[in-house]
Design a protein around this ligand. Structure first.
Ligand SMILES: [Ca+2]
Length: 200
């Protein structure tokens, strides 16, 4: 009997993920919906597009675009030229909290109440190919999970895309959203629009 108990204890201890390097502060579960972006400079926005990856010199992001937003006054315009400015052949941008946080700052939100991320998106022409992902920040303060969708082709009309978070661990997320796109899928680049990006 004693032996069995000891084995149970050992299994329980081994099942608890312990990493002394991690120093996260577990916050209260945020209420839904929880916005990545709704309108330019809105107090509801919780993340900043500051995590530039790949050929980032080939991409511009305007969070104050007034060209046919899905809701409110503004949407996000992403202009990607497709140029291999660093030879990567792809580009990606993280919306982070706080700004420029690659896991060195304690910026994770507890989004455990979320069931999905919903993103409104459209392309200037239609057929623009990109991927969306949430989470994935590593480092001293790592995100608790990452889930992605795509590559998917946008249409020229607003359409909702969702990342299913049913099975995701969401207790610590500082990388609210990432978009990524490749030169192979988009040799001439693209102009795409995003709006109403939220956990819900
Ligand atoms: Ca908006």
């Amino acid at each position: 009997m004693k032996k069995i108990n000891l084995l149970c204890m050992l299994l329980i201890i081994m099942a608890i993920p312990v990493n002394p390097v991690f120093a996260i502060t577990l916050g209260v579960q945020e209420d839904m919906p929880f916005y990545v972006y709704t309108d330019n400079n809105s107090k509801k926005n919780h993340f900043v597009p500051s995590g530039w990856m790949g050929d980032y010199g080939a991409v511009k992001i305007n969070q104050a675009c007034r060209n046919n937003p899905y809701a409110g006054d503004t949407c996000i315009e992403i202009n990607y030229t497709g140029e291999p400015t660093r030879g990567s052949g792809w580009v990606g941008v993280f919306w982070q909290n706080p700004e420029n946080n690659w896991g060195s700052k304690d910026g994770g939100f507890n989004l455990s109440k979320a069931k999905k991320v919903s993103i409104m998106a459209r392309g200037a022409k239609g057929g623009e190919m990109l991927e969306f992902k949430m989470g994935g920040i590593t480092g001293k303060y790592p995100d608790s999970d990452t889930v992605g969708i795509g590559p998917l082709a946008l249409t020229s009309e607003w359409k909702e895309y969702t990342i299913d978070l049913t099975d995701a661990e969401l207790f610590y997320i500082s990388g609210g959203l990432v978009f990524a796109a490749s030169r192979m899928d988009n040799p001439d680049g693209f102009v795409v629009y995003l709006d109403e990006i939220k956990y819900e």
